[in-house]
Design a protein around this ligand. Sequence first.
Ligand code: FAD
Length: 407
Amino acid sequence: MADVLVLGAGMVGIGTALALQTQGHAVRVLDRRGPGEETSHGNAGVIQAEARAPYAMPRDLATLIRYALGRSNDLRLSPGALPGAALPLLAYFRHSSPGRMTKVIPHYAAIISRATQDHGQLIAEADAEVLIRRTGLGEIFDDPAAFEARCESAQDMAEAHGLDLRLMTGQELRVAEPALTSTPAGAVVWADSWSATDPSALVRAYARLFVSRGGALLSGDIGRLEEARTGWRVRCAQTAHAADHVVVALGPWSPALVKPLGYRVPMILKRGYHGHFEMQGSLTRPYVLDQHGVVLSSMARGLRITTGAHLARPSSPRNLAQLTHGAEAAGRLVDLKGPVANSQWHGVRPCLPRMLPMVGRAPRHRGLWFNFGHGHQGFTLGPTTGALLAEILDGRDDALTRALSPA
Ligand SMILES: Cc1cc2nc3c(=O)[nH]c(=O)nc-3n(C[C@H](O)[C@H](O)[C@H](O)COP(=O)(O)OP(=O)(O)OC[C@H]3O[C@@H](n4cnc5c(N)ncnc54)[C@H](O)[C@@H]3O)c2cc1C
């Protein structure tokens, strides 16, 4: 039995802590906030069984020019972000080549394909069924040509990965979703995906399960990670914690903590925004609005609209242009009553250029483990990469664990 301190109480840290605990280890989790209050709070809440390939960077000139000119709501680029992000972005561009994607996709598909099963077990054990919808994820299209093209590519994807895909005309969608006020061209629905009506509450439910099984949640703002004579010392503002093994699961904050140990992790911080809106009725599942770069998801606080990526300097102020555009598009589809007070949020997707999370032993230190860089799908993948990390710590070594390895 190992003594393990997990740094970070997001979906990834809590998923890791539960898996290590199941394997019989003594586990503590350390965070400066409560469980699931950062990126694992602000997301669209989708457990994405359909996401069998990671988000590659588009490489065609037309799309890149559209991004550069600010003509797409999927991605906004603030020029001030470029000096800091240029090298990771170049690496991301290289890794997005069709040849490299062919190598990455099988590993990504392998972890995504078990995500609903891994969540399913925790949902049952944490008694969190009330937070979950097993109704799929939809994509809505205004433009008939775009809908037709998507039907074709989605059918290929569904066939390749054995996914349950439903194609719906605009009229069929209106019957299924009485809250719609207009008729789009059509929708594709990925029926295998699930969603949470309150992402933060799901992490909290998993954290309660961890504590009920003897785990400890510690509070502290981590300043430094140091090797001790045996094991590790984690220095916080007021206290220090010793442990034989430390797992870094700090999402976007992970690279900064491991930098003094000599690890330069090239992370791309894709900022995203959300806002909640009151609306007439509710949607039965989340929907991506094609061409508007937002996801609409009915949640406990109203309709949550989450945006695509904004590449900005970490300290730059909020720019609500993508959210405003998304709310206008949503207002043409449902009866939006106005924003919920104090509901705007922004955070960042912790994206690595290789598009696979780093899960495994830190290359140059004993007893130090990484589990971060889950990009667009960390809410989905937390329990799965947590289980993998626990298995790796106990000796698992195969093609998948080597692909995810930080080495
Ligand atoms: C707009 C948006 C929409 C998204 N939608 C989805 C989706 O629908 N489905 C999906 O699967 N994923 C989605 N994602 C991605 C997903 O939210 C992230 O990949 C995931 O939440 C990352 O989890 P994490 O545990 O690694 O990080 P976090 O949840 O950010 O957890 C990191 C923890 O580290 C703690 N921490 C950091 N620094 C310190 C320190 N110095 N001391 C102590 N504690 C510290 C923080 O307090 C935090 O609790 C979305 C992301 C965004 C931004």
